[in-house]
Unconditional design. Structure first.
Lengths: 170, 258
């Protein structure tokens, strides 16, 4: 079944194509904001420390899931594969998409000499998060470490807060 | 969902007659609504054995939606998923400022019901009288565990709402109005062929205004572009809803930006 899905790196030409999936997971996301977010990620910091966005596509080339990744230095693990912005839509048969997504991450991590993988997701009560956790646990992952989060009040005119939205959600 | 206008197929006299006729002609043949389904070959059901087909049919209900009536609205609780067996559906999102953005058109054989947080991700409306198979989502998911190649087939098809929206993004990446309109017409032609219908003439179930919305153009630009294509002999307007593709290779070149 896995051969029906293929892992492919997102590139500049496919940024737009990934947008409907992103909008599905993050309602209200504009195309402009998605493009501004993802463009820099597609450029590696250096050949030794790759980063990018991996997509899982079906036989027709439609993007069914994606995640951002980065190989980072880690004091404990030397090189660690970090994945976040994991986006998998709620489709019938999504268990296979989860498996392909995790499999693609692990292959990339091995190819880049990483000794561990850290997967981050929002951790809310959404069904997609629960599904992701279940899939990760069944693939040998366990909860490790704690990440704290606080949303800061942003005063107007503080620059980076604006998304520069073009007001068009397409 | 407000104003939903579906009717159960058991009240469809024609459908009942044809099934009754089949049963009379083949008394030993089990008759299910799937037997007469013209979309089956192109839908998720194509790979199923007759036994699997029957199990799927057991949880399915056929519904008919009148033209221009909603099937479901974005953010409705997503209890069902659908396969279109006849007709045309437009899917759209309501933007933050209240405007509507059509993100795709779906046809017989297409699968419908993309979800986010237990609610539909898009709104869906029938453009013409449309027939759908409606499956309770939870029961379908349980069945997918038992019928792995149905899951495989569904993955290959993806959600057509998502696929249509990805097609739209590719289409909007084209620069000129002419490229967009020609690409759209060819997309309809290719889709019809893929679904076992004639790709020429192209049938336009949607209004010029819907096309304009989908292509990010004004209605006037769409109409002007169609008229120009006709004047250049690239297409022929058979009537308001049917376009003959007179010079296919030239149209393909325009779509590719040459």
């Amino acid at each position: 079944m896995a051969d029906t899905l293929t892992a492919r790196l997102l590139d500049r030409r496919t940024i737009d194509k990934a947008y409907p999936l992103v909008r599905n997971i993050v309602p209200g996301m504009t195309a402009a904001r998605w493009t501004r977010f993802v463009r820099p990620i597609l450029v590696p910091r250096s050949p030794d420390w790759p980063r990018g966005v991996m997509t899982i596509q079906n036989v027709a080339g439609y993007i069914l899931s994606l995640f951002a990744f980065e190989v980072r230095a880690d004091l404990h693990e030397s090189r660690i594969f970090y994945m976040d912005h994991i986006m998998i839509p709620d489709l019938p048969g999504r268990a296979t998409i989860w498996a392909s997504t995790i499999g693609a991450a692990e292959r990339l991590a091995e190819m880049n000499g990483c000794r561990a993988i850290r997967a981050e997701f929002r951790g809310g009560s959404e069904r997609s998060d629960r599904d992701l956790l279940t899939s990760l646990e069944s693939s040998g992952y366990s909860l490790a470490g704690v990440r704290a989060f606080k949303r800061l009040e942003v005063t107007s005119g503080s620059g980076s807060a604006g998304d520069g939205s073009d007001g068009v959600t397409r | 969902m407000q104003g939903s206008a579906y009717r159960d197929d058991s009240r469809d006299v024609v459908s009942r007659f044809s099934l009754a006729a089949r049963a009379a002609a083949h008394p030993l043949h089990l008759v299910s609504p799937c037997d007469a389904c013209r979309a089956r070959e192109f839908s998720a059901c194509a790979s199923l054995t007759s036994e699997e087909q029957s199990r799927l049919a057991a949880i399915m209900r056929t519904i008919n939606i009148e033209a221009h009536r909603p099937i479901f609205d974005e953010s409705d609780a997503a209890e069902y998923v659908y396969t279109i067996t006849g007709g045309t559906v437009k899917v759209y999102k309501i933007l933050g400022d209240g405007r509507r953005q059509i993100t795709g058109f779906l046809f017989a054989g297409d699968f419908l019901g993309l979800i986010h947080n237990e609610a539909y991700a898009y709104s869906a409306e029938a453009l013409v009288p449309t027939t759908l198979c409606r499956f309770p989502r939870r029961r379908l998911e349980a069945l997918l565990i038992e019928i792995p190649h149905l899951e495989q087939r569904l993955l290959a098809m993806a959600s057509h709402e998502l696929a249509a929206a990805q097609d739209q993004m590719v289409l909007l990446g084209r620069k000129s109005a002419r490229e967009r309109v020609v690409s759209f017409i060819l997309m309809l032609s290719d889709s019809a062929t893929r679904h076992g219908r004639p790709g020429d003439p192209v049938f336009l179930a949607m209004s010029r205004s819907d096309i304009a919305d989908y292509l990010g153009l004004t209605t006037e630009t769409v109409s002007r572009t169609v008229t120009l294509l006709k004047k250049k002999g690239l297409i022929e307007l058979l009537d308001e809803k049917r376009i003959r593709l007179s010079r296919m290779s030239a149209l393909r070149e325009i779509a590719e930006g040459f």
